[in-house]
Design a protein around this ligand. Structure first.
Ligand SMILES: NC(=O)C1=CN([C@@H]2O[C@H](COP(=O)(O)OP(=O)(O)OC[C@H]3O[C@@H](n4cnc5c(N)ncnc54)[C@H](O)[C@@H]3O)[C@@H](O)[C@H]2O)C=CC1
Ligand SMILES: N[C@@H](CC=O)C(=O)O
Length: 787
C-alpha cells in the first residue's frame, strides 16, 4: 500500500483551530505517518527560558507562562485534556533539572513532544486510531549522519496501524544523547522518516502551494511551478531557497519518493511536486543579498556540498571554479573556523556582493543566456561571472533593486508566448476542461503560457489578468451579471493572442462569433451551433476568420474527442477523394440503444445517460436525431459540400408529443418514451436484430445525399458490435473503397470532450509558438542586416 509522510510545521500548529485544520486533513488519510514541529514559537520560548536560568525570578515567571500556554492550547483543542495536562506538568517540572545538567536538547524536545501528544489525542477523540511517537526512541545519528540500519531496527517494533504522529526536529546520538536536527530540522525528520518507511511521498505542509521561479516578493512576475525536477530542486536548495532545504532533500537522493510542498491553508490543492519523474522545464532566479567570495588554496580537496551540510549554510562552489566558494556573509566566520580546523587557510573577498544565480533549465537549447539578458548584463556590469551547464552566477558590487531583478528574470526566462483563454460555458464540459487545464499549463510551460483570463456562463462573467484554477467556481459565483455590451468590452480589451473557447450549447452565442473574431480571438468550439448555422452565415464566419488570420477549431463537434474531422482533412490534403461517410454519430443514442433490452425503462436509461454527461443539455436534441443531423452537416461541410441542415433527411426517435415545451415538462412526462420504445424494441428483438441510430452521407456525381434514421441490424453487422457510447465513422474514399476506413471509440462524455477541446487548444498553442519563433527569427535577421 502506498504510504505518505505528512509534515506540519509550527505555523500549521499554532492554535487550536490550526490543530483542528490539520486533523481535518488527516481525516482523509487515516493510515499515514505524521511529523510535527512544536506549536507556533514554542521552541524560541524554550530557548529564551533556558537563557533565564541564572535569573530564578524571571525563570519561574516564564516557566509558569509556558505551562499556562500549553495548558490553554490543550484545553482548547481537546474535549478531555487531563492526561496531556499531567504530562505537560511533569515535563515542566523536569526543565530546571535538565538545564542544570546542561541538557538543553531535552528541554527543546518538549515543544515537539507536546505537538505529537496533542495531535494524536485529538485524532483519537475524532475516532481515528493514532499514537504519539518520540523520534528519540528510534532515530539515531552518528556525528550528524543518520544511522539508517539502527534507526530502522528501532522503528520496526514501534509501528502501529492507523496514524503515527512523530516528533520532528529531535533525535538521539548512538550514545543515547538527546540532540536536535538544527534549522528546518522537522522537514529533515520527515524525509528521514520517509526513507526509513520507504514512503511513496513526503508532503511538507507549509503556507505556499507552489515553488516560484524567483522570490515573488521581489519579482512579482515570478512563475509558480507545480512540478520541479530533482536536479534543479537540489541546485536551488544549495543556494538557500527558503522552501526547499538542502538537508531536507538529502535522505531522498537515492530514494524514489516524491517531495510535495503543500499549503495547509489550501488543502484541496495538490501542491508542488519535487520528483525524479518530472520532465517539466523549470528554471529559477535566486539571490543572496550579501555574499562573499572565498578563494581556497589549490591543493584543498574539501567539497563545498559536504561543508555546506556540516555548516547547515549555503556554501556553493562557483560554477566552473571548484576552488572559489560563494557563501552568505553570515556563514563566513563559521566557514573560516571549520577550514582552519582542517589547516586550510582561505582568502575572503574584501567586499560583499549581491549574488544573483540562474538555475538553468534542463533543455540544452535553453541554457544560453538570451540576447536580451546579455544586453541587460552588459549594462549592469557584474564584478564577476561564473557559468557552467547547470548554473550561472553574477556578483554585483551594488545591490540590485526588485525592479532590476524583475527585468533580469524577464530577460532570462525564455520569452514564452502568453495565450489568453476565455472559457464560455462552465457546465459538464466546461468544468472538466478547467479541471484538465492545469496539467496542460504545466506540460506546455516554458513554451507557452496558457493563461486563463476570462470565464463566463449564461449569468456571470469574470475577467482578470490571470484567474486561479483553484477556486474558479466560487470566484465566478461572486462575479457580477453581465450584459452583451460589457462582455464585448471586456473581450475587446484583452491582450492578444487570445482564444475564446465556446463550451456553451447556445446558438445566440455562436451567432456572435463574427464580433469575437473582429476583437482578435481565435475560436475553439465544442458548441455545434456555429458550425451548423445557415450556410451563408457559416461561410461568412469562415471568411472572416481567414481574413483576420485567426483559427476556428471545432474538432469536438463530431465524435467528441475522436479526430474525425482531422482524418477527413488528412485524406483530402493527401489527394484522396471521399465518397461516403456513415455510421453511428451519437454517443447518447449509441449508449441507449446498446443498453436498452427492456429490463430498465428507456426513460430511466436516458436519465443515466444524462448523469454520465453524454446527452445534450436538452436531451431532446439527441432523441430527435437533430444532434446527429448537425454532426453529419459538419462532416459534409468539412468536405466542402454546400449543404443546409434541412437537406439532411431526418427520422426522429422522439415522439412528436414530447417535442414541444420546456425541458422540465419533458422530464415530467418522460415515461411516454417507455410507451413509444417498447414496441420498437419488441419488433427488433423478434427479428433477432439490434437497434442503431445511423447517419449516412453519400456523394455521387458531385451530389450529396444525406439521412439520419433508426435501423435494426443483424448481430453480425459491423454497427452491431459496439461498446455502449461508441461512435463509429465509416469512411469510403478512392483509397479506402473495398475496405473502408473505420474510426471507432467513445463519442460523448465530459472527459473525452474536454480532452478533445484541449487537443484543439494544443494545436493552436503550437501554431502560436511557431509564429512567435518565426517572428523572433525575422527580428534577429533584421537586426543582423542593420549591423
Ligand atoms: N457532452 C458531450 O459529450 C459533448 C458536448 N458537446 C457540446 O459541449 C457544449 C457544452 O455541453 P455541456 O457542458 O454538457 O452543457 P451544460 O449545460 O452542462 O453547460 C453549458 C454551459 O454553457 C453556459 N451557457 C449557456 N448559454 C450561454 C450563453 N448564451 N452564454 C454564455 N454561457 C452560456 C451555461 O451557463 C453552462 O455553464 C454543448 O454545446 C454540447 O453540444 C460537444 C461534444 C460532446
Ligand atoms: N449528446 C452528444 C454529445 C456529443 O456530441 C452525443 O451523445 O453524441
Amino acid at each position: 500500500m502506498s504510504l505518505v509522510v505528512h509534515k506540519f510545521g509550527g505555523s500549521s500548529l499554532a492554535s487550536a483551530e490550526r490543530f483542528a485544520a490539520v486533523a481535518d486533513i488527516l481525516q482523509k488519510e487515516p493510515t499515514a505517518w505524521v511529523v510535527v514541529s512544536a506549536p507556533g514559537d514554542t521552541t524560541d520560548e524554550l530557548l529564551a527560558l533556558a537563557e533565564l536560568r541564572e535569573q530564578p525570578e524571571c525563570f519561574r515567571t516564564q516557566l509558569s507562562e509556558l505551562q499556562q500556554k500549553l495548558h490553554l492550547l490543550a484545553r482548547r483543542t481537546l474535549k478531555q485534556p487531563e492526561a496531556l495536562l499531567q504530562l505537560v506538568d511533569s515535563w515542566i517540572a523536569e526543565i530546571a533539572g535538565f538545564l542544570a545538567a546542561q541538557q538543553l536538547n531535552d528541554v527543546l524536545a518538549i515543544g515537539e513532544r507536546f505537538s505529537s501528544q496533542l495531535l494524536a489525542a485529538l485524532l483519537n477523540e475524532r475516532g481515528l486510531r493514532s499514537q504519539a511517537l518520540d523520534a528519540r526512541d528510534f532515530l539515531r545519528l552518528d556525528a550528524a549522519v543518520v544511522d539508517w540500519h539502527l534507526s530502522a531496527q528501532l522503528l520496526e517494533p514501534l509501528k502501529q496501524p492507523g496514524l503515527n504522529v512523530v516528533t520532528g526536529y529531535i533525535a538521539r546520538t548512538i550514545q543515547g544523547q538527546s540532540i536536535t536536527l538544527g534549522r528546518n530540522g522537522s522537514d529533515y525528520s520527515a524525509t528521514i522518516l520517509g526513507r526509513l518507511l520507504n514512503a511513496e511521498a513526503i508532503h511538507i505542509w507549509t503556507d505556499v502551494d507552489a515553488i516560484y521561479s524567483a522570490d515573488p516578493r521581489k519579482v512579482p512576475s515570478a512563475r509558480a511551478y507545480k512540478q520541479v525536477p530533482w536536479q534543479q530542486a537540489l541546485t536551488l536548495a544549495a543556494l538557500g531557497n527558503p522552501v526547499l532545504h538542502a538537508k531536507t532533500l538529502s535522505p531522498l537522493l537515492d530514494a524514489p519518493a516524491d517531495l510535495v510542498v503543500r499549503s495547509s491553508f489550501n488543502p484541496e490543492h495538490p501542491g508542488c511536486k519535487v520528483s525524479q519523474q518530472s520532465a517539466i522545464e523549470v528554471q529559477f532566479l535566486t539571490d543572496i543579498q550579501q555574499a562573499a567570495l572565498v578563494s581556497l588554496p589549490a591543493n584543498c580537496l574539501l567539497n563545498a556540498h559536504e561543508v555546506a551540510a556540516q555548516l547547515q549554510q549555503p556554501v556553493i562552489a562557483a560554477p566552473g571554479q571548484a576552488q572559489q566558494w560563494l557563501v552568505p556573509a553570515a556563514a563566513v566566520d563559521p566557514l573560516l573556523s571549520l577550514l582552519a580546523s582542517q589547516q586550510v587557510y582561505a582568502r575572503v573577498s574584501p567586499q560583499l556582493y549581491h549574488l544573483v544565480a540562474w538555475v538553468k533549465p534542463a533543455a540544452r537549447r535553453q541554457k544560453q543566456v538570451s540576447t536580451q539578458a546579455q544586453h541587460w548584463l552588459q549594462r549592469q556590469a557584474p564584478a564577476a561571472v561564473f557559468n557552467d551547464e547547470q548554473l550561472a552566477v553574477w556578483l554585483f558590487e551594488q545591490p540590485l533593486s526588485s525592479l532590476e531583478l524583475t527585468e533580469l528574470h524577464q530577460a532570462l526566462l525564455p520569452s514564452v508566448v502568453q495565450l489568453n483563454l476565455v472559457v464560455a460555458g462552465t457546465g459538464n464540459v466546461g468544468s472538466e476542461f478547467l479541471q484538465l487545464l492545469e496539467r496542460q499549463q504545466q506540460a506546455l510551460a516554458g513554451q507557452i503560457e496558457l493563461n486563463l483570463a476570462g470565464l463566463l456562463n449564461s449569468r456571470q462573467a469574470l475577467f482578470a489578468e490571470s484567474l486561479s484554477l483553484d477556486n474558479w467556481a466560487e470566484q465566478l459565483q461572486r462575479a457580477p451579471l453581465y450584459t452583451e455590451q460589457s462582455l464585448q468590452l471586456a473581450l475587446q480589451e484583452l491582450a492578444e493572442p487570445k482564444v475564446l473557447i465556446d463550451l456553451t450549447p447556445s446558438r445566440a452565442f455562436a451567432e456572435r462569433y463574427p464580433q469575437f473574431i473582429q476583437a482578435g480571438f481565435d475560436l475553439i468550439s465544442a458548441n455545434k451551433q456555429g458550425v451548423t448555422l445557415p450556410l451563408a452565415q457559416f461561410q461568412q464566419i469562415k471568411q472572416l476568420a481567414a481574413q483576420q488570420q485567426v483559427q476556428w477549431l471545432s474538432n469536438t463537434t463530431v465524435g467528441a474527442g475522436l479526430p474525425v474531422q482531422r482524418l477527413l482533412q488528412e485524406l483530402r490534403s493527401s489527394g484522396d477523394t471521399v465518397h461516403a461517410v456513415s455510421g453511428i454519430f451519437s454517443g447518447t443514442l449509441s449508449w441507449l440503444l446498446a443498453k436498452f433490452d427492456g429490463s430498465v425503462p428507456f426513460s430511466a436509461l436516458l436519465k443515466q445517460a444524462q448523469q454520465l454527461g453524454f446527452t445534450e443539455p436538452d436531451p431532446r436534441d439527441d432523441l430527435s436525431g437533430k444532434d446527429v443531423q448537425r454532426k453529419l452537416l459538419v462532416l459534409a461541410r468539412e468536405l466542402d459540400l454546400p449543404l443546409e441542415l434541412e437537406q439532411i433527411a431526418l427520422e426522429p426517435l422522439l415522439p412528436a408529443a414530447l417535442a414541444e415545451g420546456s425541458v422540465e415538462a419533458f422530464w415530467q412526462q418522460a415515461e411516454l418514451l417507455d410507451l413509444a420504445f417498447a414496441p420498437v424494441l419488441a419488433d427488433a428483438q423478434q427479428q433477432g436484430k439490434v437497434l442503431r441510430y445511423v447517419a449516412e452521407l453519400r456523394i455521387e456525381q458531385g451530389q450529396a445525399k444525406a439521412q439520419v434514421r433508426l435501423v435494426s441490424v443483424a448481430p453480425e453487422h459491423p454497427l452491431a458490435a459496439i461498446i455502449p457510447c461508441d461512435n463509429v465513422f465509416v469512411i469510403e474514399s478512392d483509397w479506402y473503397q473495398q475496405n473502408p476506413l473505420v474510426l471507432k471509440g467513445p463519442g460523448a462524455g465530459r472527459q473525452v470532450t474536454a480532452g478533445g477541446v484541449h487537443a484543439d487548444l494544443a494545436l493552436l498553442a503550437k501554431q502560436k509558438i511557431a509564429a512567435a519563433k518565426a517572428a523572433q527569427h525575422s527580428q534577429a535577421q533584421a537586426a543582423a542586416w542593420v549591423k
